[in-house]
Design a protein around this ligand. Structure first.
Ligand SMILES: NC(=O)c1ccc[n+]([C@@H]2O[C@H](COP(=O)([O-])OP(=O)(O)OC[C@H]3O[C@@H](n4cnc5c(N)ncnc54)[C@H](O)[C@@H]3O)[C@@H](O)[C@H]2O)c1
Length: 256
């Protein structure tokens, strides 16, 4: 077990990559706080972890709301007394051009995707400093390579890479590592929403697979394993990194 006795907070872990990561962390012996705006979904993740013999706690959290995040910190501390790893994973995606995106949609993406990373990091850092813990932010290959009709989403994912590097510099000497993961297309909620927004969702999904050198989209557990690596002592000299987990999306292969 790579993570025995560590306490991990994962936002947006009621579904998709967050849920798969939560299951993976629990399998490695960690106690997991499943923080999601959707309490039913968070509880389902906890049930799956418990059924597999792991330890987890569901906490209803809106990462865009400072009061909600502070409650998450309090609840985590009162249950587990410490925090070793924060995985900032929660996000929403509006599949529109900048012109078609409403001001409310723009603000919501910024508040959840980028504001959520900021707020959770801000309020968990005092605890992470004590354990010499780490932060893992979920960015995307869309932080490097943009795609049509998700302008605001791409902007937030690029900004997360910058914020990751800035926090790594600010907190490295305190013993806190800060990294991000940039997945390619993963078979989870946000990619599915993107496929559904296209004229032919089945074709969109098949075409997405062809954008990757491996010829397929990834599965959520493949991202979870990268998060476990970054959280483990095996990654003790890695900070400020943007770890690409993209099946060769950025390899320059043309769609085939
Ligand atoms: N799926 C992909 O292809 C893909 C690719 C690259 C990066 N990512 C990134 O991975 C992360 C997870 O994506 P996914 O596809 O698994 O998403 P998903 O939609 O399957 O799950 C997202 C979870 O976040 C929760 N959530 C939404 N708003 C929230 C809020 N305000 N506070 C707390 N929780 C909230 C949702 O309830 C949901 O359970 C995101 O950061 C996304 O940008 C996904």
């Amino acid at each position: 077990m790579k993570l025995g006795k560590k306490v991990i907070v994962i936002t947006g872990s009621g579904a998709g990559i967050g849920r798969a990561s939560a299951l993976g962390f629990a399998q490695e012996g960690a106690s997991v706080i499943v923080a999601d705006i959707n309490l039913v979904a968070a509880t389902k993740t906890v049930d799956l972890i418990t059924a597999a013999g792991g330890t987890a706690l569901p906490v209803q959290t809106d990462v865009s709301d400072p009061e909600s995040v502070q409650k998450l910190v309090k609840q985590t501390l009162s249950t587990y007394l410490q925090v070793d790893v924060l995985v900032n994973n929660a996000a929403v995606q509006v599949n529109k051009t900048a012109e078609d995106t409403s001001f409310e949609e723009w603000n919501r993406q910024l508040a959840v995707n980028l504001g959520g990373v900021f707020l959770c990091s801000k309020y968990f850092l005092p605890l992470l400093r004590k354990t010499k813990g780490c932060i893992i932010n979920m960015s995307s290959v869309n932080g490097f390579f943009v795609e049509p009709t998700c302008a605001g989403y791409c902007a937030t994912k690029a900004a997360i890479i910058g914020l990751t590097k800035a926090m790594a510099i600010d907190h490295g000497r305190e013993g806190v590592r800060v990294n991000c993961i940039c997945p390619g297309y993963i078979d989870a909620g946000l990619a599915e929403g993107y496929f559904q927004s296209q004229a032919d969702p089945v074709k969109a999904r098949a075409d997405a697979g062809k954008l990757h050198a491996l010829g397929r989209i990834g599965n959520p557990g493949e991202v979870g394993r990268a998060a476990i690596f970054l959280a483990s002592d095996d990654a003790s000299f890695i900070t400020g990194a943007a770890l690409v987990v993209d099946g060769g999306f950025g390899s320059g292969f043309p769609p085939q």
